[in-house]
Design a binder for this molecule. Sequence first.
Ligand SMILES: [Zn+2]
Ligand SMILES: [Zn+2]
Length: 140
Amino acid sequence: MSEPFATGRCLCGAVTFSIRGQPIGTGQCHCKDCQRASGTGHMSLAFFKREDVEIKGDTRGFAVAADSGNINTRHFCPTCGGRIYGENSARPGFVGISAGAVDDNAWFKPQRVVYLKSKPAWDVTATDIPNFAKMPPPPK
Ligand SMILES: [Zn+2]
Ligand SMILES: [Zn+2]
């Protein structure tokens, strides 16, 4: 078996994951839902094919309709609350892994910033990458 691209876990370790493929994209989201879910100014997400990610342990999901009307389901560990991944009904077959849950996430670099309009003044964001006021059309 080849080495996984990355591994990770929740805070308590009841949920672990292993990723085989390379990320197909990365981003930083400042939407109010991500602020409420994370408890801070943004979520940092790396997107992978669902089939490339193996998750062990039970997660709970919480689904919300984004302002696009798409359903965004955020999955977390029911014991410690650590965020693991999210899925969006607009992009079936892909998951957004929470960058902070990845053991060695030095490779992570956001490629774009979304929902800049909701960014709190106290949060920092990269200005040398594309910034979008809301959610741009999904990458092809
Ligand atoms: Zn946990
Ligand atoms: Zn968001």
